[in-house]
Design a binder for this molecule. Structure first.
Ligand SMILES: Cc1cc2nc3c(=O)[nH]c(=O)nc-3n(C[C@H](O)[C@H](O)[C@H](O)COP(=O)(O)OP(=O)(O)OC[C@H]3O[C@@H](n4cnc5c(N)ncnc54)[C@H](O)[C@@H]3O)c2cc1C
Length: 461
């Protein structure tokens, strides 16, 4: 069997790439290791209830008329009508540096601009210059690393404001410690502050089903529960893959969404020494009865909190760093009906090696998971009020959970610190898409899949 395009990974970048290709040519095949598609953004069942693994909010909200907006470009490229998605915008989100300052923002950019003018008057001009600079800046050009922190330092006299702006952007899209590449900063600034956040109606399963049905209607093929063990190549040309069952599938072109280091392993290439840490996280879900919604903040969708003035975004020495985190209240989007159950979700930085050491001692691992959820709840309660006695179910994903279910090395959600912007890793017919191509989040990873197919694959057909 030989296919024109083989895609490793049925996450959002792989699905989007496959749909894009299937619109123009037959024969594309996605290979997904797990029984379910979605990758980092998937779902599972407990107590007959569906839980989402990743979704807090989708960034890059855009009104229908804004033709150049990434969201609308993506829908056009996939030939998906906006009517098939039900859009619910965030209410308001907040960057809260406890005992210091707070910035509230929404999908109206004026709100955060006004907050900054009122609370950081010395930085008003600098912030205006930053916005003007970003309007003309092309983040998609391949350039050498430029520190966003240093760049902001040259523009904004308030160090606290710099840390506050970086906090949500790093939590939702930085694969490096305590800094971001300026291009990544520009992408995330636009995605979160200038465009804003939303979620589709229903669950992530509904969104994935929509994509999958569309893909199948275009004639695309998917195999789940199949793991690629090796990529076959000669003279920098790929000619197929070997599955863990031993089956060989030949292909003309290969797109890998598995990640840079993960793809190099499949190619049996030597791995360069890793100089910088890969960032890992823990995520906890607390489920409460919907009728208790009134005990939680009524108008906050996401809270990015930090204790103190300085934001530390690095792999912690302890298992988890509770000094900062993300609190998501996924029921607080415009127009959502209260369900029988609601959730509070938390995300904190975690130490992969520490969790890995517990892998062989199941009992200690489980104890640490429960302790992590308990400490996370205590921290959250200081910010959003008491909810612990109302919890009916809770679960925690560690870096090991993420590694196991997505094959991301060290459970690093944002992948390698090194990004390959043109997707080219030195092979004639193999390209990277997804997180390690440099686009983060749901819209980012889907656009990555589409743009890699446009740039490298479609021209060959
Ligand atoms: C806890 C959490 C919260 C998040 N919250 C948000 C959010 O609120 N908003 C947002 O926009 N983004 C969020 N994200 C990030 C978002 O989920 C990712 O950026 C995006 O889904 C990445 O998609 P991808 O296709 O590049 O990678 P992945 O989702 O990792 O997909 C890669 C796929 O490849 C498969 N694979 C890997 N190796 C092999 C192999 N050898 N053979 C076969 N298959 C293989 C994996 O199983 C996986 O399905 C969150 C992620 C997590 C984990």
């Amino acid at each position: 069997m030989k296919v024109p395009l083989l895609i490793i990974g049925g996450g959002l970048s792989g699905l989007a790439a496959a749909i894009r290709f299937a619109r123009f040519a037959p024969g594309v095949l996605i290979l997904e290791k797990h029984s379910r598609i979605g990758g980092l953004n998937s779902y599972y069942y407990r107590n007959n209830r569906l839980f989402e693994t990743g979704l807090h909010a989708i960034t890059n909200y855009a009104e229908p008329g804004n033709k150049k907006a990434p969201l609308n470009r993506l829908l056009r490229q996939l030939k998906l009508s906006r009517d098939r998605l039900d859009f619910h915008q965030q209410l308001q989100s907040e960057i809260l540096f406890q005992d210091c300052e707070s910035l509230v923002f929404s999908n109206n950019f004026e709100q955060i601009r006004d907050e900054i003018v009122g609370k950081f008057p010395h930085s008003t001009d600098g912030f205006a210059k930053l916005v003007t600079f970003l309007e003309d800046y092309n983040p998609f050009k391949t350039t050498i690393f430029c520190s966003a922190r240093q760049f902001l330092h040259n523009l904004l006299p308030d160090q606290l404001l710099i840390d506050m702006l970086l906090c949500p952007l790093m939590y939702y899209g930085s694969s490096i410690e305590d800094d971001m590449d300026l291009s990544q900063f520009a992408i995330m600034f636009r995605a979160i502050f200038q465009e804003g956040m939303f979620r589709p109606g229903g669950t992530i399963k509904d969104f994935l089903d929509l994509l999958l049905n569309h893909y199948h209607s275009l004639g695309g093929n998917l195999r789940t529960g199949v793991e690629v063990k090796e990529i076959l190549h000669k003279n920098q040309i790929v000619h197929g893959v070997v599955l863990s069952s031993g089956e060989v599938i030949e292909c003309d072109n290969l797109l890998s969404t598995a990640g840079l280091a993960e793809t190099q392993t499949l190619l049996q290439e030597p791995q360069p020494d890793q100089k910088t840490a890969r960032l890992a996280f823990v995520e906890s879900i607390f489920q409460l009865p919907g009728k208790r919604r009134h005990i939680l903040p009524p108008d906050r969708t996401i809270l990015f909190y930090n204790s103190g003035r300085k934001f530390h975004y690095k792999s912690p020495s302890d298992l988890v760093d509770f000094r900062s985190g993300v609190i998501c209240l996924p029921f607080n989007f415009e127009g959502l009906q209260t369900q029988e159950y609601i959730e509070v979700r938390s995300t904190h930085l975690a130490n992969y090696a520490g969790w890995k050491n517990l892998e062989t001692d199941r009992e200690r691992y489980m104890v640490q998971k429960i302790e992590t959820a308990g400490r996370s709840k205590d921290v959250l309660e200081k910010i959003i009020g008491k909810f612990g006695s109302d919890i009916v179910y809770q679960d925690t994903f560690t870096p090991l959970t993420i590694e196991r279910f997505t094959a991301k090395k060290e459970g690093a959600i944002y992948g390698s610190p090194q990004k390959i912007k043109d997707g080219n890793i030195g092979y004639t017919n193999l390209f990277l898409a997804g997180t390690d191509q440099g686009f983060m989040g749901i819209i980012g990873s889907m656009l990555s899949g589409v743009s890699m197919v446009n740039q490298h694959i479609l021209s060959r057909f």
